[in-house]
Write a protein that binds this ligand. Structure first.
Ligand code: GLC
Length: 567
């Protein structure tokens, strides 16, 4: 066992979606040399680790979340030598490297899957979940169970020329692995060791809490379940055992950090995944607060923003798990719309205020901050004009589903336009030159957001209201104050419909975080356990001064404050 230094608790992670970050060779796609050229920018922001969305060989049906070879770099990104150099360059700058581990499924292009289909006696057949179809009353062949995929439609694909189906909880090109097979588990531990031996420091496990299924497989008879089958594959019976095994055989042998992307986990299981004594994961992503303006699971179906849900999702894990595990703090990733363009925010009017407000109320909480490329300059949603501009297969699946429900095309587009995953995947906006400085070539794999002429890194840094510099300051402050890292959280006014507020305290030091999550003014009454004359402002996004700390403070739209108690 390696000694665990818990470096991740003081870390700030920056997420890179490699296809869209920086294109050094003008082929329209981001690449590793491009990333290397921007490492100083990431370090200077205050990040101490980078999570790379999949860099592996893949046919890109789901842009890398369908892996064809776990030990190879996608040629569009570069070579293994490029990758080794990336690790070296990151480490030189004090940046740890976190890889994406997509272990629930492979690509249909993976050699294992090809071998499984080519020969019924192949040992690789048992790497996947393949079953005979059933006959319905009419004698027609139907899938083995009625489960639906997270990407809409049946979760089973028929194997051509046979009566058999394979399970895919995501796209048909993403066949689920059979974790019951010890060989699969050995392969996975071996893959982890392969990357750890290369100097990688940790992993983000993709949809990790779906790897254990309930056997024998059966129909989901609950008529209320829109996504059929979830009770039989979310937080399955062998989850903890599988994670323990990965730890024993790989993770615990190195000083690693792990974060698992969870799909609506049960509270008790969630706690067990991250409890230090469990030997499973260090932390999870639980997106409850990011489902505050959409119907989760089908995040493209919008609903009015609920601050109440946002608060519960952001704050409850801090209250629940403090002292026993570790938490993550997230506003964006490659699957989410841009944060300044959602949650009911009037982006045109309040982009700066909202970006800085969101950063303060989120990243001053308890847990490791995760910042998604472009978030630090307040990148916004793109106005997609047509289906052709949408590259994400999920956008097309969901629009297809709307069509099946006889929803007029334009209405479906209009309804979902704020939530497409494509919003996060437009090229990073570096400057105001053609293609936003992402490259100087003729094309980009995904369209550039036309607002790049005004919203880009260069313009942000030159502006008197730089969001990047605000992040810099915030992250430096967090780093310098143990209370903001280790302190426990106490929430104030959980039912307030505009204000979000909590304190962080540790070893005699206390901070109060206050923010107005609305486009109108809001009153904040100082909680009784704080004395006005003992408070001073450590950070503000709208220029409030110490003399303006009052018993009842009127907060401007998206005003956020960090107050420090000095006794
Ligand atoms: C995760 C990834 C997402 C991917 C899905 C299937 O949710 O973040 O991008 O499509 O898993 O692998």
């Amino acid at each position: 066992m390696a000694v665990k230094t818990n470096w991740y608790k003081e870390a700030v992670v920056y997420q890179i979606y490699p296809l869209s970050f920086m294109d050094s060779n003008n082929d329209g796609m981001g690449d590793i040399p491009g990333i290397i050229s921007k490492l100083d920018y990431i370090r200077d922001l205050g990040a101490t680790a980078i999570w790379f969305s999949p860099l592996y060989k893949s046919p890109w049906n789901d842009y890398g979340y369908d892996i064809a070879d776990y030990r190879e770099i996608h040629p569009a990104f570069g070579t293994m030598e490029d990758f080794d150099r990336l690790v070296e360059e990151c480490h030189k700058r004090g940046l740890r490297v976190i890889m994406d581990a997509v272990f629930n499924h492979t690509s249909t292009e993976h050699e294992w899957f090809k071998a499984a289909l080519a020969d019924k006696d192949s040992p690789y057949r048992d790497y996947y979940i393949i079953r005979e179809g059933k006959r319905n009353k009419e004698g027609e062949l139907i899938p083995p169970t009625n489960w639906t995929s997270s990407f809409t439609g049946p979760a089973w694909e028929r194997i051509e020329g046979t009566d058999e189906y394979y399970l895919h909880l995501f796209a048909p090109e993403q066949p689920d692995l059979n974790w019951e097979n010890p060989k699969v588990r050995e392969e996975m531990a071996d893959i982890l060791r392969f990357w750890l031996d290369k100097g990688v420091d940790g992993f983000r496990f993709d949809v990790f809490n779906m790897i254990s299924k309930v056997y024998p497989l059966r129909d989901d008879k609950n008529p209320l379940h829109f996504q059929k089958g979830t009770p039989f594959y979310v937080d399955g019976p062998r989850m903890h055992e599988f994670l323990n095994e990965l730890n024993r055989n790989a993770l615990s042998l190195y000083d690693t950090y792990t974060v698992g992307e969870s799909y609506i986990p049960d509270e008790e299981h969630a706690h067990r995944y991250i409890k230090e004594e469990s030997g499973e994961l260090d932390s999870i992503f639980d997106f409850e607060h990011l489902a505050s303006d959409n119907i989760f699971g089908l995040k493209m179906i919008p609903k009015p923003f609920s601050l109440k849900q946002f608060k519960r999702g952001l704050i409850d894990p801090q209250l629940r798990y403090h002292g026993t595990g570790w938490n993550t703090l997230v506003l964006e990733n490659h699957d989410q719309a841009r944060s300044v363009s959602r949650f009911g925010i009037n982006t045109k009017k309040y982009r700066y205020q909202a970006a800085t407000f969101l950063a303060m109320i989120t990243f001053l909480g308890w847990g490791t901050p995760f910042i998604y490329q472009g978030e630090e300059i307040g990148m916004t949603n793109t106005k997609f004009m047509s289906r052709d501009q949408l590259k994400d297969p999920v956008s097309h699946f969901v629009l297809g589903m709307a069509k099946d429900l006889h929803m007029p095309d334009r209405l479906a587009f209009k309804m979902m336009k704020g939530a497409f995953r494509d919003h996060a995947r437009t090229p990073m906006q570096w400057d105001s030159s053609v293609n936003a400085g992402f490259n100087t070539g003729a094309q980009t794999w995904q369209c550039v957001n036309p607002d790049y002429r005004t919203i880009n890194v260069e313009a942000d840094l030159a502006s008197g209201r730089s969001i990047y510099r605000f992040y810099q300051k915030l992250l430096a402050l967090r780093k310098s104050e143990p209370a903001l890292i280790y302190g426990n959280t106490i929430e104030y006014y959980p039912d307030d419909r505009q204000v979000i507020s909590y304190s962080r305290s540790y070893e005699g030091k206390r901070f109060l975080i206050v923010g107005n999550f609305s486009g109108t003014r809001a009153d904040f009454i100082m909680p009784g356990d704080f004395e006005l004359d003992e408070l001073h402002i450590r950070m503000t996004n709208q220029g409030r001064t110490d003399t303006e700390i009052e018993e009842i403070m009127q907060l401007k739209p998206y005003e956020a404050l960090l107050l420090e108690e000095t006794v």
